[in-house]
Ligand binder design. Structure first.
Ligand code: HEM
Length: 498
């Protein structure tokens, strides 16, 4: 067995306990092993690789140990060298084909539920629930995806979200002190969660919001927990917290349905969009469950995008200088016009967008997506047997030195005049499940960066990125800020006096 590098005893023990638990919870399914020499009717064959020496555990410990180290891709790199970009393994209790090949992953992403269905570790599936958009397939998934996607593109929502995000950012930044560190990760989480909850259910601060946040934090703590569900376990606590959230949100949806305005006025949040839909499948519980899942990017992906951008910029003075100049120029221009910045203004800054793109490439906030084959599938000569999982692993593609020169260097300039919509760059997935929140994520990051660099200079304390089970900063990214002092324009001095 491969040596386990850099994995603490605690993590190792946790992983072993997790795997033993999985082993006890499920019937051992090692049917995948029967495929080892299998050939399909055509010339495709099972990719090379190893299923590990232990049944069920397979190569999970090696995967986790690398994921926790500061070189998380070493698991993949080693196997890519030995077996090629597509190889077989056995991860988290399932025989798995891992794709680190951009073209193969593209085909997986483009496939529909007749070929692949989403499949994630048991505790995650249980917490998301059977009706989560991340799990459901076919017409219902397309319907919910379409409703959310078009609402997030609507001009009214865009202008509301821009104003909300700007207000929350300015409110938070006004409280920052120069005499104690600001924890960027915490600040970004606080802001992004508020923005999303407002867009989802129009809750804007207050006791209900605080209660929801408390339950949500308990819920999210269980996303990668042991698959034990009885009183005292994290999974149990998280499921209880989800029940309380569903009840709270059900109440909000019921109140919306009972008010006459919901039918006459344009929808003002995602809950109303889904509640107005006439399909009987969209029950209040299904809507509530999906709204909860939609809060996850507010607590996790978006704040991490913001935090990582600031982390990378802290170590790249030329990039920070160009970004600051671009944003200061826009700020002065809009001040002259006496207008606030709009959605389009924030997203129109070319260098700021390349900074965000480069952060997405290097940060790999979502390392990849998992599916299960519902029949034998052949892609580029590789056989993926029915019942096997497939992991389309984006991280290896984003850090491939054949595709990106010096891939570990933060280089936003590499994106100048370069297309971002290709299969070598898939931070938001692709195909039917392409993230409907991708523009929103970029907007939130742009607004935060704009106000941060135009209002502050900062010194970052040492911190490092943890890559597993979710990407985050070890010390929550502490920075020491100094406010930029601007000479106030004469006109604003006059108006301040009044
Ligand atoms: C940096 C931020 C984000 C990243 C990196 C990200 C990444 C992803 C990825 C990779 C997928 C595809 C999952 C799959 O194929 O199984 C996805 C799906 C999804 N994302 Fe995001 N996301 C982000 C922000 C958001 C935001 C702000 C929202 C909006 C509320 C959102 C809503 C969704 C939804 C609803 C899906 C499921 C789509 C479906 O299965 O039909 N995401 N996201």
């Amino acid at each position: 067995m491969e040596m386990i590098h850099g994995m603490s005893l605690v993590v190792m023990t946790a992983a072993i306990v997790w795997l033993s638990a999985m082993f006890l919870c499920k019937k051992i399914r090692i049917s995948g092993r029967n495929h080892s020499n299998r050939r399909s009717s055509s010339s495709s064959r099972l990719p090379l690789g190893s299923l590990g020496i232990w049944p069920f555990v397979g190569e999970t410990l090696q995967f986790i140990s690398c994921a926790y180290s500061d070189r998380p891709e070493s698991f993949m790199d080693k196997r890519r060298r030995m077996y090629g970009k597509v190889f077989k393994s056995h991860l988290f209790g399932s025989a798995t084909i891992v794709s680190t090949d951009a073209e193969v992953s593209r085909i997986i992403l483009q496939s529909d539920a007749k070929t692949f269905v989403p499949s994630y570790p048991k505790s995650l599936m249980e917490l998301m629930g059977k009706s989560s958009i991340l799990v459901i397939n076919g017409g219902l998934q397309r319907r919910i995806h379409g409703l959310i996607g078009s609402f997030l593109k609507s001009p009214t929502l865009r202008s509301q979200i821009t104003t909300d995000m700007r207000n929350y950012v300015m409110e938070s930044m006004a409280k920052w002190s120069e005499h104690s560190p600001v924890y960027i990760q915490d600040e970004a989480k606080h802001i992004a969660f508020q923005v999303l909850v407002k867009a989802l259910i129009s809750l804007d601060g207050g006791d209900e919001m605080e209660l929801l946040k408390k339950h949500f934090q308990e819920f999210i703590a269980g996303l990668m927990s042991l698959p034990f569900n009885f009183p005292g376990t994290q999974l149990y606590r998280s499921l209880q917290a989800k029940k309380k959230m569903v009840k709270l949100i059900d109440g909000i949806i019921r109140a919306k349905r009972e008010s006459n305005n919901i039918w006459s006025d344009a929808a003002k949040d995602v809950a109303e969009v889904l509640a107005k839909d006439t399909s009987e499948e969209l029950t209040d519980d299904l809507i509530a469950e999906n709204l909860i899942d939609l809060m996850i990017p507010g607590e996790d992906s978006v704040p991490l995008l913001i935090t990582l951008a600031i982390k990378y910029l802290s170590h790249s003075p030329p990039a920070l200088k160009q970004l600051t100049e671009e944003n200061l120029q826009l700020k002065r221009h809009k001040e002259k016009l006496g207008e606030p910045l709009s959605w389009n203004d924030y997203l129109s800054l070319p260098f700021t967008q390349t900074v965000i793109t480069e952060t997405l490439r290097m940060g790999n906030i979502i390392i990849g997506v998992m599916r299960k084959a519902v029949k034998d599938v052949e892609i580029k000569g590789h056989l993926i047997p029915k019942g096997w999982c497939v992991l389309a692993y984006f991280r290896s593609v984003h850090l491939d030195d054949k595709l990106y020169d010096f891939p570990y260097q933060f280089n936003p300039w590499r994106w100048q005049d370069k297309e971002t919509s290709n299969c070598n760059f898939t931070p938001f997935g692709g195909g039917q499940r392409l993230c409907p929140g991708l523009d929103l994520a970029r907007l939130e990051a742009s607004i935060f960066l704009h106000h941060f660099v135009t209002q502050f200079r900062w010194e970052a304390e040492d911190d490092s990125i943890i890559h597993f089970p979710t990407v985050r900063m070890k010390r929550r990214m502490p920075v020491w800020v100094t406010r930029r002092r601007y000479l106030q324009p004469f006109t604003s001095l006059l108006s301040n006096k009044n």
